[in-house]
Design a protein around this ligand. Structure first.
Ligand code: CFM
Ligand code: HCA
Length: 528
């Protein structure tokens, strides 16, 4: 059989070839395969990656509704991150909801030349006067780091003056090599300044936090619906429809669920060390993933009644969706898919596709790390490079007063052999022999792989979706869900199946002939 990677690499010059080759592999379960990830993209290559500020402000802090986050920088960064990621949040009770606002200092040339801290201070004064939030976060953009604005000092001053919580994040866009650096910086800030400061008391011992769930398309709501039906109490969500006041009390929960490993594993690890809260890797995308995650949770809490209730809810929910899923599967069975999303989703969605009979032939992450591909066991083998050393690594210690372990060591050891406690086995292990894994896929490679592998559908984002569709392949955005959703849990799975059938079987595919199919694209006269 052909090696699609080799064909794609053919077009590169020697230097680019050498670099990109290490980011690709053809899955072979008989080998211990290594993939290079989380390194700089090649200048000039059309990568899909975003920046550190996007990862901190847009992804991790963005969905928290009861605080104000100021983008300190020129207006573009604040404007671009104003609602482009689907941070859905409900207005409920007395909890303030600032999600729909865009706060930015709108730095101008004089601020770049003479410093922007005065303007930042003024922005805080205005926000306090108009909205009086209990928490303000400040997210730095590139010029702030370049000119050296002391945003930490401004935050400290605001705390003094207004008696609020004010946390500044030095998440300048150029830090690190992608959004991933911003996740880490946001995790550090939440750990240092928010988690552990609240006094909300969970009402039951089945108290959990959902980490790495951002409620895109309402995914978090579907998960909460199922969990509440079983009898769990969701103390906090990091950070979809999230509340900073709840995140502050998250250390009181008995278990952390980790949905998106990439963006939040730092907090999961630190909460275990500092507060004794265990974490469990879950995947609520796909029926099989959802069922397994619920069973793992029940095993963790070890209560026969809870386990029974879990099975009852699983049976009820499956009964409700099975006919619909079977109908979609009958239509989609045997189709193939390529997936290229930022991190976790390229892995998680393979299970849901499998539920519908669709086989994944190519998958990759924009900015996942080697552990997201190969599994956490390889973390000790990852060498820190200059870019990752540039991001603050914090260490935490056991908090003697707040530390609480739900399991005895003996129980933990026994369970750890059965369920993914503090474990993530990565994406590659779930992929079939002969399928392809490509890190930081670029536009040229996407088009080339499409030509060679001819997947029936290509899941990706806004930057490449239309190029892929114009080439005749259905492309669904797995970031924004093309404004549909939820796709998580039981009900989400049927929504996903419905959307795929709609997309794949739309008559539009037969009605259009792309122009390059019947005439050369380089025809015509210039300057007519
Ligand atoms: Fe995690 Fe995410 Fe993702 Fe991500 Fe993102 Fe996102 Fe994503 Mo877009 S946190 S890694 S930084 S699951 S915003 S909700 S869709 S790239 S695959
Ligand atoms: C981001 C956000 C993003 C972008 C989506 C896309 C999202 O990385 O800054 O490129 O289609 O999910 O909104 O990942």
């Amino acid at each position: 059989s052909i090696d699609a990677n080799a064909v794609v690499l053919e077009r590169y010059n020697a230097k680019v070839f050498k670099n990109r080759k290490e980011h690709m592999l053809k899955v072979n379960p008989a080998e211990d395969q290594i993939i290079i990830a989380n390194t700089r993209a090649i200048p000039g290559i059309m990568t899909n990656r975003g920046c550190c500020y996007a990862g901190c402000k847009g992804v991790v802090l963005g969905p928290i509704k009861d605080m104000v986050t100021i983008t300190h920088g020129p207006v573009g960064c604040g404007f671009y991150s104003w609602g482009t990621r689907r941070n859905k949040a409900k207005a409920e009770g007395d909890t303030p909801n600032y999600i729909q606002y865009c706060f930015t200092t709108d730095m101008q040339e004089p601020d770049i030349v003479f410093g922007g801290t005065k303007k930042l201070k003024k922005a805080i004064d205005e926000i306090m006067e108009l909205m009086h939030p209990k928490t303000i976060m400040i997210a730095a953009t590139c010029p702030v780091g370049l000119i050296g604005d002391d945003i930490q000092a401004v935050a400290a001053e605001a705390e003094q003056e207004y008696g609020i919580r004010c946390v500044a994040y030095s998440c300048e866009g150029y830090k690190g090599v992608s959004q991933s650096a911003g996740h880490h910086i946001a995790n550090n800030g939440l750990m240092k300044r928010v988690i552990g400061t609240g006094d909300y008391e969970p009402a039951t011992k089945y108290s959990i936090n959902i980490l790495g769930e951002y409620n895109i398309g309402g995914d978090g709501w579907e998960q909460e619906r199922i969990l509440k039906k079983i009898g769990y109490e969701v103390v906090s969500v990091f950070t979809g429809d999230g509340e900073v006041e709840r995140i502050a009390s998250s250390h009181k929960a008995n278990l952390n669920l980790v949905q998106c490993h990439r963006s939040i594993n730092y907090i999961a690890e630190m909460m275990k060390t500092k507060y004794g809260v265990d974490w469990l890797k879950v995947n609520f995308i796909g029926l099989e993933g959802t069922v397994q995650s619920l069973r793992d949770m029940a095993a963790y809490f070890g209560d026969p009644e809870l386990a029974q209730r879990t099975e009852q809810v699983i049976a009820e929910e499956l009964a409700e969706v099975q006919d619909q899923m079977a109908a979609y599967k009958a239509r989609l069975n045997g189709k193939t898919a390529a997936l290229f999303v930022g991190g976790s989703r390229s892995h998680h969605y393979q299970g849901l596709l499998q539920d519908l009979g669709i086989k994944t032939v190519l998958a990759g992450y924009e900015f996942g790390h080697r552990d997201d591909y190969e599994g956490r066991e390889i973390i000790p083998n990852i060498k820190d490079d200059a870019d990752s050393k540039n991001i603050e690594h914090i260490t935490v210690e056991k908090d003697e007063k707040k530390y609480h372990a739900y399991l005895t060591q003996e129980q933990y050891d026994k369970l750890a052999a059965e369920i993914p406690l503090e474990k993530y086995h990565g994406m590659i292990r779930d992929m079939d022999e002969g399928t392809y894994v490509v890190d930081d896929l670029n536009m040229y490679e996407a088009e080339k792989f499409m030509e060679i592998l001819k997947p029936d559908m290509f899941f990706s984002g806004i930057k490449d979706k239309y190029a892929l569709q114009k080439a005749g392949t259905l492309s669904r955005q797995l970031h924004s869900y093309d404004y549909s959703g939820p796709y998580a849990g039981f009900k989400g799975a049927t929504q996903f199946g419905y959307d795929l059938c709609m997309g794949y079987f739309t008559p539009a595919w037969h009605m259009v002939t792309p122009p390059w199919k019947n005439r050369a694209t380089l025809q015509g006269t210039v300057g007519e």
